[in-house]
Design a protein around this ligand. Structure first.
Ligand code: C5P
Length: 243
């Protein structure tokens, strides 16, 4: 069989040309990185778990009318996705203070925020993905005002959905990051949720114990990352059959 054409390789995923025009195959690697790849490890089975978990979240979003790039899972590590033009911003939504917000503003981790706070980070590894404002985004033409309005609306709908799904299994959604892409239907442009939604890109705390069930386990050496992700998958009923 002919080898597929690799389009892009990132820290945790590879994108290959898809079987039909306008599609891509997204492959989930076992690599875990943090602090802009200064810390790196290979966690056996992480890619399989994130493929399943991202499928679960994206399917749920598609089902409630929040458009995503997800088409279908192909196998243990790959999913078919719609190709889109990624907006070069990481969109973070926070419900509780944690991570960089706690460090930047001196707010204790776990402090509830008066309302969900949406932040934008410019996607640039060399610069360490700096926090940017809507002024920067408009001035540098990364997104239009209409895009910004649509991005906030998408991000908050994802937040409501994910918060509810996680709360139902005893997990607090502290914060998360999404990436958003543009697709064109004729002349009409639409924004869709792209990339992945998984414990790599969310902070998930056990509601009772506060136990970390996300990538902070790896970032902060809090235990076994694969055990944490398996626990999330188990609670959501998306445990891979052979894990
Ligand atoms: O590090 P920080 O507190 O800004 O992260 C906020 C949220 O965004 C966390 O859930 C983190 O996992 C996620 N994030 C991410 N990819 C990045 C930066 C942050 O998924 N490059």
């Amino acid at each position: 069989m002919a080898r597929r054409k690799k389009i892009y390789e990132g820290k945790a995923k590879i994108l290959y040309e898809g079987p039909e025009p306008g599609t891509l195959v997204q492959y989930f690697k076992d690599d875990a990185t943090a602090f802009n790849a200064e810390k790196h490890d290979v966690i056996d089975g992480k890619g399989v778990l994130n493929n399943r978990l991202s499928e679960f979240f994206m399917t749920g979003l598609n089902n409630i009318g929040v458009p995503t790039h997800f088409i279908r899972r192909l196998n243990m590590r790959e999913q078919l996705v719609r190709a889109c033009e990624i907006i070069p911003l990481e969109v973070v939504v926070r419900n509780f203070a944690a991570g960089s917000m706690s460090r930047r503003l001196g707010i204790d981790e776990g402090t509830p925020l008066p309302r969900p706070i949406v932040e934008y980070y410019f996607k640039d590894d060399k610069l360490g993905d700096p926090l940017v404002t809507e002024e920067h985004i408009a001035a540098f033409g990364w997104a239009s005002q209409q895009d910004l309005d649509d991005m906030v609306s998408l991000a908050l709908r994802v937040n409501d959905f994910l918060s509810g799904v996680m709360m139902a299994v005893g997990i607090r959604l502290v914060d998360f990051k999404i990436e958003i892409g543009r697709v064109y239907d004729g002349d009409f442009q639409r924004l869709i949720v792209a990339d992945e939604i998984s414990p790599d890109s969310c902070r998930l705390w056990d509601l009772q114990t506060g136990q970390r069930l996300d990538k902070d386990v790896f970032r902060r050496d809090l235990g076994d990352l694969s055990d944490a992700y398996t626990e999330v998958a188990r609670r959501l009923g998306v445990m891979p059959k052979n894990a």
